[in-house]
Design a protein around this ligand. Structure first.
Ligand code: LIP
Length: 279
């Protein structure tokens, strides 16, 4: 018998596939782009077009459901209520999409009673369909995935976003954090797309990914946070170490608690050095 949860999932899968066709067909074409907060935060006509497709179908199928979506909601986030709430990023990795760098995706998540129950992150360029349902595991193209077993940060590959170096008040902190991570970890990588990078933590090919900054919001983290936790990892608040607050994400996605804690300490110490220099 099909449950309502199965129905939501099947609907979301179709929706992601439909939306991703537009992303795939437009990745190499001419784009009209606009800067939101700076040239590190862009939007194209396709972000808007894909979001309209997704929200349009949700509104027809589930008119009582709520949504939080990058282009329509913007930075004024509503409160997350107990109602079913679809959390959507039509194109995550917009700069990658503009350049044709093949790490870009459609993101669809569903929260019920303030908890994520399904998450889909679909990169149609590399044909990577990440999915998870609460309590049912995480998958890449239908194959179960699991986070890495690495316990030691010196053996870890850490992803990071250096783009916020362009933001004046963050510059020194970003530089210090990057240098510290690069010294302590086995390697540092950057993909420029939060949702896919979190899924790489879930896949076990990256051990951790701290992600926060202006413009990083609920839609970048929500769906992939379920994919990580269903794959055996954690997504925690970068300061408190508690479960991440999806409505105020300053997150660390990690393969396990030990790596997450170590990274919290490393970032805290890096920030403290910057603060001390500023005094
Ligand atoms: C992007 C994030 C990415 C970050 C970019 C941007 P968008 O989201 O996924 O991690 O480096 O600055 O915020 O705007 O492409 O959906």
């Amino acid at each position: 018998m099909t449950s309502v949860q199965d129905e939501y999932y099947e609907f979301a899968v179709e929706l992601a596939r439909d939306a991703a066709k537009v992303l795939k067909n437009s990745i190499g074409s001419l784009k009209i782009m606009k800067e939101k907060q700076g040239d590190w935060d862009l939007v194209t006509q396709y972000d808007t077009k894909i979001e309209e497709i997704i929200l349009g179908q949700i509104k027809i199928k589930y008119p009582r459901h709520k949504f939080i979506a990058e282009e329509s909601t913007g930075q004024n986030l509503p409160e997350l209520t107990n109602d079913p709430t679809w959390i959507v990023d039509p194109i995550d990795g917009t700069t990658n999409f503009i350049h044709g760098f093949p790490h870009t995706c459609v993101v669809i998540g569903l929260a019920m009673e303030k908890d994520m129950v399904l998450g889909i992150v679909y990169n149609p360029i590399l044909e990577q369909f990440f999915s998870a349902r609460k309590g049912k595991g995480a998958f890449l193209n239908g194959e179960r995935i699991k986070t890495s077993a690495v316990q030691d940060i010196s053996k870890a590959l850490i992803c990071f976003e250096p783009g916020f170096i362009k933001v004046d008040y963050l510059r020194e902190y970003m530089v210090e954090r990057i240098e510290t991570i690069a010294r302590k970890a086995q390697g540092i990588r950057t993909l420029g797309v939060a949702a896919i990078t979190l899924c790489y933590v879930a896949l076990g090919v990256v051990e951790a990914y701290p992600i926060e900054g202006p413009g990083i919001s609920t839609w970048d983290i929500a769906a992939a946070s379920l994919i990580i936790s269903e794959a055996g990892g954690v997504v925690v608040d970068r300061v408190t170490g508690e479960k991440v607050n999806l409505m105020k994400p300053r997150a660390i996605g990690a393969c396990n608690q030990k790596i997450a804690k170590e990274l919290i300490r490393i970032l805290r110490d890096a920030d403290a050095r910057v603060d001390a220099r500023k005094k």
